[in-house]
Design a protein around this ligand. Sequence first.
Ligand code: PFF
Length: 465
Amino acid sequence: MLTNQDSDSGKRTSLHGHWSSKMAFILAVTGSAVGLGNVWKFPYVAGQNGGGAFVLVYLGCVILIGLPVMMSEILIGRRGRRNPVATMELLGEEEGSSKKWGWLGVLGVVAGIFILSYYSVIAGWTLYYIVKSATGAFQSADAATVSGIFSSFVGNWKIVLFCHTLFMGLTIFVVARGVERGLEQAVRFMVPALLALMVVLLGYSMASGSFGLGVAFMFTPDFDALTWQSVLAAMGQAFFTLSIGMGAIMAYGAYLPEETSITGASGAVVTADTAIAILAGLVIFPLVFANGLEPGEGPGLVFQTLPLALGQLPFGSFFSTLFFVLLSFAAWTSALGLMEPAVAWAVEHHRKTRGQAAFLVGLLIWFIGLASVFSFNLLAETTFLAGTLFDNVDYLTSNIMLPLGGMVIAIFAGWIMCRNSTSEELGGAGTLYKMWRFLARFVAPVGILFVLLQAVGLLDKLGLG
Ligand code: PFF
């Protein structure tokens, strides 16, 4: 909830008011972070990359790169108190550098558009699964039936297109009316409810007989099997799941009151987000092994394991419906964050009303999303570089654009902003501050660059790999 209080310190205040409490801010950022990335993407990418070692690298990236980048994004946002492009321009000048840092905002706008283009398609799948669950399709169904439902659904481009259109419509509606805050209140019950349901499912997967296999798959690292592409995928997943590297969190930071601890808030969000992803893995992998499914199955993994498990529970249809409703809500609150940079930019730079901007940007995203709609049917055989069109859009955004954005953010906060500015935002120059600064100046930028260069094989070619 936003209020229009000015800060007591006489510092810059946001034109749009401020979060009424630290909790409101944490809820909004959690709403953006917790989404398909945790429940749908983390298990399937971990599965495709062999489990154990990938999970370890992912956790390392979350702590050593994700956390400092998130803190940097929030502190930049709060100091600038404008939209990401304007904030970067303003602080670039204020810190004695240049307005050109504003280009980072443009990268964020483009990344958001492309991510939402396929995010909406998968969110559309969750909408379809609400209906399927509610009509009892998964009640006591066996693995073959559930897999069959999935493949005939994604093979039917007309239904997939309809669901994608519906989800984009819902997102445009909320963004156009500017009622995100209302939806963010939904996070208040949605995240705990999702967590509770996952814990119930964890009980089921523990009883499935293959819990040990699932845990071993997730936590026994085989570093020999780890490629630089998997390391890049783990790093990309860390960025994607935390919503960092594209200015979305920076935009939220613009409304944060002075007295809120950025370190505490970031820690809370990162912990909640990671816990949900790990829980999703612990639920899904034992079920994969118990039912003879493939961990490397791909984007359909969650849609084939969870309905199967839920279908075996008493009141299975009810729980399955509830699960997909919660997941759709989680996707919805994340979609708002993905669309916001582009809409804010269209409003401020192109003098559009919020409604017009939401409609035009939404239409563009819907159109680009057609590539992902058809990637599972008409164009399933059209593959190049990372795979289908869907795989390529995902690879380019999560693995390249977000890490590059994050690298620029860390460099800006660590090297361009002076020590006084950052320590003021982070509440002092104690040990935590020193740790953040070290991670933001050295570990995050060097780590990101190193992984990117390794993944494209450049260091190898130069004989440095
Ligand atoms: N973090 C979201 C998820 O895990 O589903 C995806 C996302 C939302 C990425 C918002 C980026 C963003 F700005």
